[in-house]
Design a protein around this ligand. Sequence first.
Ligand code: PLP
Length: 236
Amino acid sequence: MTGSGEERAIESALAQVAGKIAAAAGRVGRDPAAVRLLAVTKYVERARIAAAVAAGQLLFGENRVQEAEEKVGAFDDGLTWHMIGGLQKNKVKKAVALFDAIQSVDSKALAEQIDRRAGEAGRIMPVFLQVKEADEATKGGVSPGDAPGLIEEVCRMPNLRLQGLMTIPPWGEAEEARPYFAGLRRYRDSWDGTYCPPGTLGELSMGMTGDFEVAVEEGATIVRVGSAIFGGRPRA
Ligand SMILES: *Cc1c(COP(=O)(O)O)cnc(C)c1O
């Protein structure tokens, strides 16, 4: 159901999130403009994405290739779409065609596949490494121990451009996520310039609806927010 009421609700939710980002940045003396809001559109139908676009939102994220296929092409090229979910190798070709960046690179095999498909498509693919700080069997991500080696590999691949790190902390309260956000920033500070040229790992993608303010306080440059903008969704 879409009506102007719902459009206004999305517009006001976006403004509220932006205000909270600015306030969190202000608390730690950061420039709010250094934090980008990525609107997560999984389970969100096109009309409601269009309402966000009408309100000025241009950066979006999807966690499944198939769902993205139904949405990305429906909007004009002015939007930027990031892949933020686990990526199967047989979907890499489509992902490279659809997305402007892939945030979920967590293995050499996947990076090689993206590099190859990007080369075939004649493009350079911006990528992030997804880092898994806690030992959670069911979650994607490279361990902090294996990340330096993977950073070196990815930086050698001709059709990838490494931009930063992404993390999804274990489920919990916002304050429980803080050590993971601070940890990702510390890893970035020590890896950048050591395993890749300085400045490579500029982006820290961290923070979701429940904890994005904490993530901003800890240095996020991209927060990935879904339900605070579009409301609840069916359980994945
Ligand atoms: C769904 C999702 C989000 C957004 O979650 P919300 O809690 O709705 O803000 C962020 N990042 C990833 C990887 C997701 O899959």
